[in-house]
Design a protein. Structure first.
Ligand SMILES: [Fe+2]
Length: 377
């Protein structure tokens, strides 16, 4: 299968994975469905960014997800309920912490059982409730980074909890500021900067949350060079959980569509974050993140520096810019596997870009006989 953004879908393409609707118990569109004009319009109208499509040359390529889509939707719904309860005046904060604790246990379990869990998180971003999806993603990503740093059991669970609850203080920020399409005014930004403190004020009465969790939440917008907020802390003054959550938070935020900008690609985001090592991000924490980051997620089409085009079939821990690519360009290399990380033959070959031009994608898909799999009615 390959990943195709919704705007580049063509009638006749066949879905290689189920499409899940927001908060639904069953798929919106099933695997194996041949897409028609109306189905593609429906996907665009629902704000779905992209889907997985069958490709004759790529049957052996599978997306390895550590958490299934059903589970992600269930957890996102659960986080939504927790946040709504925390917002309500008489919400049961102890029940909320209990629910967060169960999800944190689950994250620790899946992350510690999947030693090479590279991030392949395109599809969950299809679902709209940004703040809940973002809280879940930051919880998972923080757990993965903590696992790479050697954290165990309760320490990892505390980190997962802090990651999920890092933005709970935004419940106190007016929606007009949170959802503003343009840049914030100085006054609005001053209000926004209070959300880490609002978060710990909301949670500090709860005995189920440790000081480390609260310190992680209140420091997640601090920067190593002291230019962050709310306190302008520097280097070791920032709690290590805050440093970890900062990396997870920025990665997930930049790779998500927002009201004021389109999402960045994973490779642009990783390149940008690497340029911020030592000023925004702690170098050791960013390195731990890069061990599991996939700049080019599995199933994305790419153009190589030797002119060949292919699809990413796997990623290599610690080398996010050098994945394993299956060549789709017709000719002598068609079907060949280029391991850009480990095979000395290909070490001089780089990825120039992901392929997003609709005509180019259509050409590659046609050359790989995607349209011949099933007749279009
Ligand atoms: Fe935040």
């Amino acid at each position: 299968m390959i990943y195709v953004s919704t705007n580049n879908l063509k009638p006749g393409m066949i879905l290689a994975k189920d499409i899940w609707g927001k908060s639904s118990c069953f798929p919106l569109i099933h695997i194996g469905t041949t897409l028609g004009v109306s189905t593609i319009k429906r996907l665009i109208d629902k704000g779905i960014q992209g889907v997985y499509i069958e490709c004759e040359g790529c049957e052996d390529i599978e997306v390895n997800e550590i958490i299934s889509m059903e589970e992600k939707i269930r957890i996102t719904d659960e986080i939504g309920k927790i946040f709504k309860s925390l917002q309500a005046e008489k919400g049961n904060i102890f029940a909320c912490v209990e629910s967060v604790s169960k999800i944190a246990d689950y994250f620790v379990d899946v992350v510690t059982k999947n030693h090479e869990c590279l991030m392949n998180i395109i599809d969950i971003k299809n679902y709209n409730e940004y703040s809940y999806v973002h809280s879940m993603q930051v919880g998972i990503l923080s757990t993965i980074i903590g696992n790479n740093l050697g954290y165990k059991n309760n320490r990892l669970k505390e980190l997962a909890t802090a990651g999920m609850l890092h933005d709970v203080g935004k419940l106190n920020i007016p929606i007009e500021i949170l959802d503003k399409a343009g840049p914030l005014t100085d006054e609005e930004f001053a209000i926004m900067k209070k959300h880490p403190d609002y978060g710990i004020a909301k949670l500090s009465t709860c005995h189920g949350l440790s000081k480390d969790i609260l310190d992680g939440i209140v420091t997640h917008h601090e920067k190593i060079d002291g230019t962050g907020y709310p306190r302008g802390l520097k280097e070791d003054e920032i709690h290590v959980f805050g440093k970890i959550i900062a990396v997870a938070d920025v990665y997930d935020a930049l790779t998500s569509d927002r009201s004021y900008r389109k999402s960045w690609t994973p490779h642009d985001t990783i390149n940008y974050m690497m340029s911020c090592a030592g000023n925004h991000f702690d170098v050791d924490i960013l390195s731990a993140f890069l061990l599991s980051a996939a700049a080019y997620p599995v199933d994305v089409l790419v153009l190589l520096s030797n002119g060949l085009k292919g699809v990413v079939i796997n990623t290599v821990a610690g080398l996010p810019l050098n994945p394993i690519v299956k060549i789709l360009t017709p000719g002598e290399h068609h079907g060949e596997i280029f391991d850009l990380a480990n095979d000395i033959k290909y070490l001089t070959i780089k990825i120039l870009d992901t392929i997003s031009d609709p005509e180019e994608i259509e050409c590659i898909l046609a050359e790989n006989k995607i349209y011949s799999l099933r007749k279009v009615n």
